[in-house]
Write a protein that binds this ligand. Sequence first.
Ligand code: NI
Length: 224
Amino acid sequence: MLITIDNLLDQRMLKAVREMLDKADFVDGKLSAGKEARSVKNNEELSLQSPLHQKLNQLVMGSLVQNKQYQNAALPLKLATAFYARYTPGMTYGFHVDDPIMGPMTGRYRTDISTTVFLSDKSEYEGGELLIKSEFGEHKVKLSAGSAVVYPSRSLHKVAEVTSGVRLVAVTWAQSLVKSNEQRELLYDLSIARDKLIADMPQSDETGRVSRTYANLLRMWSEV
Ligand code: NI
């Protein structure tokens, strides 16, 4: 399942994030890459030592965890600290799958879901599409500034070469309460139906049945 979240960040937040990143120090992205990714990764990342991380995460990660659509699609159990990546002309990130396990030895987590938050607008750069392979073919994703794409971490994906301008993104990962992509997708569809029923006919027997089924499937399938 691949979903996009429009306007995850509002204009005010986006402006604050951009102002911070404009004066930030970026380092070679290979420093944070796993074995497979290192050979295909050619970008820059905000240094993990940067004091800006905390402020940026308050805005970007804070918005993500509070977003209803993200909550229902990802059912997050553990969330990674975001990376802030910059691609200038000639930079690219070839096909790879994200590392399956991330985090320090004291707090490791499995990556079930990858998220990219677009921080520069699609009009600000040429190229730089996120290409995600799925069983139904290849998806080309290039969103407005402030919007995000959420997709299974197991998918093969790449960032096409940026040919002009600057592409800024935040990327992060989550371990989901529900490991199976198929089960998570069923729960996401059911959550949309449940929310509509609760809004339209809160007292009905059908609403109660769908709502209980959602709750009990989540109980059956989740691991904490
Ligand atoms: Ni990746």
